[in-house]
Design a protein. Structure first.
Length: 156
């Protein structure tokens, strides 16, 4: 009886098949994808459960807002949840508006924001607010109106 042949690299024979299966089973997202499809992206913000909202913020909102803020100011590379929700976000259950942000008057909030810091105000009005509006209203379900007061408290 002859001894069994020893083929130490036999596993390499199945490598092309294994790679093909793995690639075929992955979600083919583009380079510009904001993240995995977590948080029920086919459901509007108003119709999401709390768990879906957390997932959507992590997978969709945070990466997109980080990109916007870094494009506006490269020093914002450390942008995280506390920038919008505050350092006590967990204690207040991520309540918005964030009372730690600059308060705006109910009447003519844009004028006040422009007077306070015209560059950031224009960025918020032309980039942040419309982007958040679009993100929150993706998918089926009731619409959410996004305004300055979605994040900023009133000063009145």
């Amino acid at each position: 009886m002859s001894p069994p042949s020893h083929r130490p690299f036999r596993w390499l024979e199945s490598l092309p098949f294994t790679i093909a299966v793995l690639l075929g089973c992955t979600n083919q997202k583009g380079v510009d994808s904001p993240g995995i499809e977590l948080g029920a992206p086919g459901t509007s913000w108003a119709a999401k459960t709390l768990e879906q909202r957390f997932g959507f913020m992590a997978a969709q909102v945070h990466p997109i807002m980080t990109r916007l803020f870094v494009e506006y100011d490269p020093d914002k590379a450390g942008f995280d949840c506390t920038n919008c929700h505050g350092s006590n976000m967990e204690q207040i259950d991520y309540e918005m508006p964030n009372k730690a942000l600059y308060g705006l008057p109910k009447e003519r909030p844009y004028d006040d924001a422009i007077d306070f810091d015209d560059k950031i105000a224009v960025f918020m009005m032309t980039k942040v607010t419309p982007t958040l509006q679009e993100l929150f209203n993706k998918g089926e379900g009731p619409r959410t109106k996004v305004s300055c007061f979605s994040c900023h408290p009133t000063s009145d």
